[in-house]
Write a protein that binds this ligand. Structure first.
Ligand code: SAM
Length: 338
């Protein structure tokens, strides 16, 4: 994801997904998504019925603007074409070599690729060159972007919606199914499929040794969709129970307090010397990796190391650092001598 929350509307491409001739010949530069003009005309800037204001928000913090985004536009009855297909593809951490062969092949097979601008920029050249159309939008606008992908598929195209890591980890696979259902369509009608990718927790864990080999829980500090009291209560439970923890979405300008609160909760339950792996932009050009102690974590919130592209890996009570690597014993030492 982006290293800050700045949106980049200039990177947007125009939608070309329309199924009906009327929609395609529209002079509206926004998407028509294959729905009849009547559906889209009510909102000239809409990406398939969602409000553009969602993309204006620069933090995906739970602003009122974002709630406008939830409106879903065209329904399955608005599409005349035989449906195409929709596949949710996880790109893995970033660089093309971190992508699975299956993901690459699914992307090469897609006519249209839909995704957040930063992820589109991570696509291999051959995928970009092979696609008929690539539709990218800045951070936020997840609902409108996902709906755009669905509408293109309902309009007869083979569509891949992309995201970093895995589509099942704080990502759009579930949202896609929910919107398909809300449109009166079915997953089967679109041959909906998910192609997994390496989640950030795992690609980041690999950069610091073996921090997560035992029972692990992921927690996202994004209060965009889950309120902070709930996140705090989950963090308490997880930290108290001794799981190793991968912390997603640790910091953004609007989430400074969430990061500080997270550090406070972790320090309440864990030894201050507990090793923490900090991995920024795993597998990307600006990758940075550090292993610190839990007590050092609060002061790192204001550094470039911890931002929206960072994952934190918090050890459990047995985790130690050896030879610049985090080691969380799997438990074999309790049964075997080595
Ligand atoms: C919305 S979540 C998406 C997670 C993604 N679906 C996955 O499976 O990794 C975004 C968060 O994932 C983490 N993340 C994604 N890519 C990363 C990378 N290359 N390096 C470190 N963390 C990353 C960061 O914590 C970021 O805030």
């Amino acid at each position: 994801m982006s290293t800050d929350d700045t949106t980049d509307a200039s990177m947007e491409t125009e939608s070309q997904c329309g199924a009906s001739a009327d929609a395609e010949t529209s002079t509206d530069t926004s998407s028509n998504c294959g729905a009849s003009p009547s559906e889209t005309s009510a909102d000239t800037d809409a990406k398939c019925g969602a409000s553009e204001t969602a993309s204006d928000s620069n933090s995906c913090g739970a602003s009122t603007a974002e709630s406008d985004e939830e409106a879903v536009g065209a329904t399955v009855d608005d599409f005349d074409a035989d449906p195409g297909g929709l596949i949710a593809v996880g790109l893995g951490p970033g660089q093309p070599e971190g992508m699975t062969a299956k993901a690459r092949s699914a992307l090469l097979d897609a006519d249209h690729i839909v995704g957040y601008t930063t992820y589109v920029e991570l696509l291999p050249d051959e995928v970009v060159e092979g696609a008929d159309d690539i539709y990218n939008t800045p951070m936020c606008g997840e609902v409108s972007r996902t709906e755009e992908a669905i509408d293109r598929a309902l309009a007869g195209h083979e569509v891949a919606i992309i995201g970093s890591g895995d589509p099942n980890v704080y990502a759009l696979a579930g949202l896609a199914l929910e919107i398909i259902e809300s449109k009166g369509a079915t997953a089967s009608m679109l041959d909906f499929d998910v192609v997994p990718g390496v989640p950030a927790a795992q690609s980041c864990a690999a950069r610091v040794g073996a921090p997560l080999v035992n029972d692990t829980v992921s927690v996202s500090l994004s209060d965009h969709l889950t309120d902070m009291p709930t996140i705090e209560s989950r963090l308490h439970a997880v930290a108290k129970e001794g799981f190793t923890i991968s912390i997603y979405n640790p910091w953004s300008r609007k989430r400074r307090e969430n990061y500080a609160k997270c550090c406070e909760i972790l320090l309440e339950h864990r030894d201050p010397e507990t090793p923490v792996g900090i991995v920024h932009a795993a597998g990307r050009e600006d990758e940075e990796v550090e292993i610190v102690t839990l007590q050092e974590l609060p002061d790192l919130g204001e550094t470039d190391l911890v931002d929206m592209t960072t994952t934190l890996l918090v050890g459990n009570e047995d985790t130690y650092v050896w030879d610049d690597r985090m080691v969380t014993p799997r438990g074999y030492e309790t049964k075997y001598d080595y």
